[in-house]
Design a protein around this ligand. Structure first.
Ligand SMILES: Nc1nc2c(c(=O)[nH]1)N[C@H]1C(S)=C(S)[C@@H](COP(=O)(O)OP(=O)(O)OC[C@H]3O[C@@H](n4cnc5c(=O)[nH]c(N)nc54)[C@H](O)[C@@H]3O)O[C@H]1N2
Ligand SMILES: Nc1nc2c(c(=O)[nH]1)N[C@H]1C(S)=C(S)[C@@H](COP(=O)(O)OP(=O)(O)OC[C@H]3O[C@@H](n4cnc5c(=O)[nH]c(N)nc54)[C@H](O)[C@@H]3O)O[C@H]1N2
Ligand SMILES: [Mo]
Length: 765
């Protein structure tokens, strides 16, 4: 492990540092030659969809687009290392559990189905038939189907997701917790109520036409590096880019495009943000409401003076509901509250309002800095209000852009991975397949943990992901998983969730995106849907990491046959033999997928219809709805601050540059100037001084939840950072133990991992 260094990073994001980092990663994984070839097939029309993130590609037909973190994701999957039965033979579960998450994934690709043997405390190799028989035996022994829980992480293809939900519903439950529950759940909920569809309304081409792009709570330099290409082009043609982020993020300031030879040689990079608003953690609702308040006040003045209106009166009249009540409520919110709760000066808010007013078309993007708060749904509706005010929906260069995380998380939801499925979808499923579908809502992620804690002997099945580590309240979650009769994980690599297991446990190794998926009729392609509703094919070209891997659709089909036996209405093995048949069934269930097999074979794929983009409002009112929301002044952070003597900080848990969610690639966070250490706490210099500490000191962090219970994580190094006073940031998942299970977003129930009230104390060994 490298030396620990903290230094200021003042070069642009991207650039030579990015190229060097990829070369290093390929070397680490032992795949320089093959790795480079694999990388060149990412996001090509006949290649595979990059498993890195959900940001779309220019029509999926462009020449190779360089992306450092996409390259790392691909390299991690095509690693030369293997976690074979020999690894499990030489380590008990207890021994494996002592290793770090980084070490576990670093053992390489899983090669055999493994079953936990409690007598020897070891995972031992089993045949696939034995594995499916064990699952079937457990599932059939349950008192009711609702005692089984089926998690999904967002890399699962449309075909696998469709089969998976079909099996689970034929089995008889809607228990579909999924990674969305911890991610963009509030975006879907807020937007469905406001504009009648839970997905972003923009396309990549809109970024070429926008006059202003507002970016809330998102760090594209690390998490969606290809987005920097769009932002750089927009900035070069003079579009305003306004970042709302408590932390100064290098990728939002400057970017050096590794594909631009001149820029690489000049070393300077392009400016990304024209304005950077360092608001307080959780201050976005107040900031956006402030912009709206300014616009409404300026509009009233213009109207009085007989000048042109500043809001789009025609759009509001024709397309929206509830504007008057909304505007009245905004009028009642005081500037004092807005300024205090946003942490911004009134002049900053007014300047941004001017930027908004001068733009003919505005795009609003947002990420986890918005969705992982108690008031996330209200904040997103406030962002949508801002767009509605001047008709920034359904026209070129404008719209809402929630930037999704996992490469197919949006597609999985489209395919029916949803614990609260719409009745119309269930009716259709029943009609197409002829079995009685379960109607009762199932568990979301937090609900699943609560249910596993409340009653023992459940079956927990995970299609990918790392449930034990990605979820909040680590100790409780681990207890919940250990309470199960059986835990099953479909995975490419070993992770913590495989070690925190039920009395019976299985690890089922599957093919990755980059690998050839051979079925009875030949090699198969799968499809995915990106963050802008583009659906396209993905075909792997690497020889599978082991001959004993199954594809995810194969695992579902064989589990279904073993479990449902004679009572199924579905020809599982027939569907599996040719994924075109699965796509035909998808087209039977979803009208938007009519002609699926033909349309998806056009290079670049096709765009799923977005009703809001076409100004069709599928809401209760039949219009786009303005929603009034007071600036929250009674959040847990407010309550706990007023009840505590000690200084209470608001902590956001974020990603470093060298991780993919729970997968840790390395110990550096280049753009934030952190090298060789992950247990760091970003804090304002004055706060360090006020606490009587010095930068580099080690502290313990204690969170205080609404129920007053305390949770601690130990030994984090204080790193002076450009962040507002009272705000802190540290990496997830090391800090997940601080998030109380009960601390969730209103209605969406997303864990509030971006606003954790905490106190600090000198580290005690
Ligand atoms: N390389 C890489 N790529 C990824 C991932 C990865 O881990 N690694 N994860 C994937 C997934 S699943 C997702 S969901 C996305 C996540 O991508 P992002 O949404 O970018 O996720 P985060 O790093 O959690 O945090 C985003 C930003 O929110 C800011 N922030 C924190 N609190 C607040 C707040 O209250 N207000 C505002 N305005 N900002 C705030 C933080 O400073 C940070 O810059 O990326 C996807 N892509
Ligand atoms: N504190 C805090 N917690 C968070 C967040 C946060 O910002 N702060 N972010 C949340 C967010 S946005 C998300 S999306 C969740 C992520 O939660 P998850 O999706 O559950 O976690 P990942 O780390 O993405 O899953 C990694 C594992 O996926 C498996 N895998 C990789 N590729 C494949 C594949 O092709 N097929 C299969 N079957 N398995 C594969 C590998 O075994 C790997 O170990 O975490 C959430 N947790
Ligand atoms: Mo995510």
């Amino acid at each position: 492990m490298g030396k620990k260094v903290i230094q200021v990073y003042n070069r642009p994001a991207g650039g030579w540092g990015a190229l060097k980092s990829v070369a290093q990663q390929l070397l680490n994984q032992g795949i320089p030659g093959k790795g480079a070839r694999t990388l060149l097939s990412a996001n090509q029309p006949d290649g595979f969809d990059c498993p890195g993130c959900a940001w779309p590609d220019a029509d999926h037909t462009s020449t190779f687009e360089f992306c450092e973190n996409g390259a790392k994701a691909v390299a991690a999957e095509s690693t030369a290392r293997r976690a074979t039965p020999a690894l499990f033979a030489s380590h008990t579960l207890t021994e494996l559990s002592r290793h770090s998450d980084h070490w576990l994934e670093d053992q390489g690709r899983l090669t055999h189905p493994m079953r936990y043997d409690a007598a020897t405390d070891r995972y031992v190799a089993v045949s696939w038939d034995e594995a499916f028989a064990l699952i079937a035996q457990h599932l059939r022994a349950l008192a009711r189907p609702d005692d089984a829980i089926f998690y999904t992480s967002g890399r699962t293809s449309n075909e696998a997701a469709f089969l998976y939900q079909l099996f689970v519903r034929e089995f008889g439950t809607n228990n579909f917790p999924d990674c969305s529950n911890m991610c963009h759940e509030p975006s879907g909920l807020a937007m469905r109520e406001a504009i009648g569809i839970g997905k972003g309304t923009v396309l990549l081409s809109d970024f070429q036409q926008a006059d202003a792009i507002f970016i809330f709570g998102q760090n594209p330099g690390t998490n969606h590096p290809r987005m920097l290409g769009e932002l750089r082009a927009a900035s070069k043609r003079g579009a305003a880019i306004v970042s709302f982020n408590p932390l100064r993020e290098r990728g939002l300031e400057k970017f050096q495009d590794p594909q631009d030879a001149l820029e690489m040689l000049s070393g300077d990079g392009s400016t990304i943000s024209s304005d950077y608003l360092q608001l307080k953690i959780g201050g976005d609702l107040a900031a956006v409401k402030g912009i709206i308040k300014y616009v409404l006040e300026a509009d009233a003045q213009a109207q009085q003076q007989g000048q042109a209106r500043l809001i789009d009166v025609d759009f509001i009249a024709q397309h929206t509901a509830n504007f008057e009540a909304f505007a009245d409520e905004v009028g009642q919110e005081s500037w004092d509250t807005i300024v205090r709760e946003s942490g911004l000066d009134r002049s900053q808010i007014e300047r941004t309002a001017q930027t908004y007013l001068h733009a003919r078309s505005v795009i609003a993007c947002w990420g986890m800095g918005i969705t992982q708060h108690k008031h996330s749904v209200a904040t997103i509706q406030m962002i949508v209000n801002l767009l509605l005010l001047r008709g920034h929906l359904g026209r070129p260069g404008a719209g809402a852009c929630p930037v999704r995380g996992h490469s197919n998380v949006q597609g999985d939801r489209t395919m029916g991975i949803n614990e609260k499925p719409a009745p119309a979808f269930l009716d259709r499923l029943q009609q197409v397949f002829g079995f009685e579908v379960p109607r009762e809502h199932g568990y979301d992620t937090v609900g699943a943990i609560e249910a596993m804690l409340a009653s023992p002997d459940k079956v927990f099945f995970a299609m990918g992901g790392n449930f034990a580590t990605a979820t909040p309240d680590t100790d409780l979650t681990h207890r919940a998983l250990r309470n199960c009769a059986l835990t099953v994980h479909v995975a490419t690599k070993l992770n913590r969730s495989h070690l925190v297991c039920g009395r019976d446990a299985l690890i089922l190794p599957c093919l990755g995106r980059t690998e050839i998926d051979m079925q009875a009729t030949g090699p198969q392609a799968v499809t995915v849907e990106d963050s802008m509703s583009m659906v396209h094919l993905s075909s792997g070209m690497n020889v599978p990491a082991s001959p004993d891997l199954l594809s995810e659709p194969a695992i579902v089909a064989r589990m279904a046959v073993a479990t449902l036996q004679g009572r199924t209405r579905i020809d599982w093995m027939g569907l599996l033999a040719d994924y075109d048949r699965i796509r035909d069934k998808i087209a039977d269930v979803f009208d938007d997928f009519a002609g699926f097999n033909t349309r998806v074979r056009v290079p670049g794929g096709f765009h799923l219809r977005n009703s809001a983009r076409e100004l069709e409002w599928r809401t209760a009112s039949g219009k786009a709805n303005f929603f009034a929301h007071a600036v929250p002044t009674d959040l847990p952070i407010h309550q706990i601050r007023s009840a505590q003597q000690q200084t209470v900080f608001n902590l956001a848990t974020i990603r470093s540059h060298d991780q993919y969610n729970t997968t840790i690639y390395g110990m550096n966070d280049r753009y934030r100037g952190v090298f060789g250490e992950r247990r760091v706490l970003f804090i304002h210099a004055e706060d360090i001084r006020a606490l009587g500490f010095r930068a580099g000191d080690w502290v313990d962090i204690t969170s205080i939840s609404e129920d007053k219970s305390e949770r601690s994580v130990k030994r984090f190094m204080l790193v002076e950072y450009n962040i507002p006073r009272g705000c802190l940031a540290a990496y997830f998942p090391e800090t997940n133990g601080l998030v109380a299970l009960s601390s969730v977003a209103d209605r969406a129930r997303t864990p509030t991992s971006k606003s954790i009230p905490v106190t600090l104390a000198a580290h005690q060994a």
